[in-house]
Design a protein around this ligand. Structure first.
Ligand SMILES: Nc1ncnc2c1ncn2[C@@H]1O[C@H](COP(=O)(O)OP(=O)(O)OP(=O)(O)O)[C@@H](O)[C@H]1O
Ligand SMILES: [Mg+2]
Length: 440
């Protein structure tokens, strides 16, 4: 009576958190696990409920929402997870509450982040109509529904990074345990010993004990020794901290990790990654193949290159834009004289961000929208070029803000490069579509 997925990697630590989540679940009908991206909300939720089947005679049902782009489809996702079919002429939310009303079950709504309002509406409706229903949600922010208990998932326990700390002591911390487990998957001969322990402790602490960041780092031990990893990470931080001092440490951490692991990709992987950035949210293998294959990458390679961690980096383009937004705001704050220009740049960048999103969703429909997509992307490219020029001029004009502005220009150019890449992919898609219609 469950659709909970089997986990392919080991679960590390979290004894106290598991006990707390289970305790809270027994006292509230809606528990939302909140916290930074990658801190382990989903994994903790799944682990916590895995042993609770006996308490829920009608089962535990997971609804995975990360890939759901359209909030209007939320009830349909829940119905699909529960195996409930639509009744003609009846709103689906009503069908759902009729199904759930007599049942004692636990619904796990995972990754509600981008659908908070829709999730809140549905949860509120279901909790009001189904007296025995319990819901465990994960989301970066609380849902804001009456009766909700929100609980913030902490980072993993960090090791002692003082020089006096021994290998055993370091190896006992949760963050280092996770690093070691994942490092062994990448390099079975990896050991935590007197030579590696201090560097590993520092990596974990640099990454704030965020499991996602630790997994990304540990996956690299087959290429780089921990001390080398640490040095690269330090470089990224220097770069990032120079760019925006106002971004929260966590964001800096994650952005640095993403940048850094992007830098470690092969040319081929980067090319595919840039092409994949046309998709917003998720994509199917067929769509990825259709959009990304050609000019340097074969279809077979597209499938090969699509590893799990690789797919996770699709967010990079968006996070790049987010950082430009932060940087633009930063420039506005540092210099009163620059204020107006920077705010303007900020809003143009927001427009660009919106345009990128609409291009991304348009392009996902591949050749159908290819004509418009190409034109839109070209306009976007021009707009971005304009911002890049403006940002570079700003950097030259005002000495005190020049470090931030230059970096912004660089990042905008990166986005411009990605957008050009998108333009060329769209042109390819369009050409393929034209060829196909010429043939048909
Ligand atoms: N205690 C743990 N033991 C082992 N692996 C973990 C643990 N916590 C998290 N992870 C791993 O770290 C990665 C990120 O965790 P998870 O997806 O749960 O984060 P999240 O907070 O749900 O992220 P997001 O905000 O993006 O949804 C996953 O690969 C997960 O398997
Ligand atoms: Mg999650």
């Amino acid at each position: 009576m469950t659709n909970l997925p089997l986990q392919l990697t080991s679960f590390v630590g979290r004894e106290r958190e598991l006990a707390e989540v289970r305790r809270l679940l027994s006292t509230t009908r809606l528990l939302t696990l909140t916290g930074a991206g990658g801190v382990g909300k989903t994994r903790l939720a799944l682990q916590a409920v895995a042993d609770l089947l006996e308490d829920h005679p009608d089962g535990i049902w997971l609804v995975e929402l990360a890939a759901l782009g359209d909030a209007a489809l939320l009830p349909r996702s829940v119905a699909a997870a529960l195996g409930v079919s639509e009744t003609p002429g009846q709103p689906l939310t009503r069908t759902l509450s009729t199904h759930l009303e007599p049942r004692r079950l636990l619904l796990v709504l995972d990754n509600c982040d981008h659908l908070v309002a829709a999730s809140a509406d549905l949860v509120d409706h279901l909790l009001r109509t189904c007296p025995h229903l319990r819901i465990l949600a994960t989301s970066r922010q609380r849902l804001g529904v009456a009766g909700e208990t929100a609980w913030r998932v902490p980072s993993l326990e960090l090791p002692d990074t003082r020089a006096s700390a021994g290998t055993d002591e370091i190896g006992a911390s949760e963050a280092v345990r996770l690093f070691r487990e994942r490092a062994r998957l990448a390099l079975p001969t990896f050991v935590l010993d007197d030579r590696t322990a201090t560097a590993v402790a520092q990596i974990c602490s640099r990454l704030d004990g965020i499991p996602l960041a630790i997994e990304l780092a540990a996956a690299r031990v087959s290429l780089l020794a921990p001390a080398q990893l640490l040095a690269r990470l330090d470089d990224c931080f220097r770069l990032l901290v120079g760019g925006s001092r106002t971004a929260p440490t966590r964001q800096q951490t994650l952005a640095a990790t993403l940048d850094w692991s992007y830098g470690l990709l092969s040319e081929h992987e980067r090319l595919l990654f840039r092409r994949l950035s046309v998709f917003n949210g998720g994509f199917t293998l067929e769509a990825a193949e259709a959009v990304c294959a050609g000019d340097g990458i074969t279809s077979a390679e597209v499938l090969d290159l699509l590893g799990h961690s690789f797919a996770a980096m699709i967010a990079d383009l968006q996070s790049l834009v987010a950082r430009i937004q932060t940087a633009a705001k930063d420039v506005a704050g540092t210099s009163a004289g620059l204020h107006d220009t920077a705010a303007e740049t900020g809003s143009t960048v927001e427009q660009v961000a919106r345009a990128i999103e609409s291009v991304a969703s348009g392009a996902a429909e591949t050749s159908r929208g290819a004509h418009e997509t190409t034109a839109a992307v070209e306009q976007l490219g021009q707009a971005i070029d304009g911002i890049a020029r403006g940002a570079t001029e700003q950097a030259q004009q005002v000495q005190s803000a020049s470090a931030t502005a230059t970096q912004m220009a660089g990042e905008v150019e990166q986005v411009a490069a990605s957008a050009q890449q998108v333009a060329s992919v769209s042109r390819e898609t369009q050409a393929a579509g034209d060829r196909r219609s010429a043939r048909g």
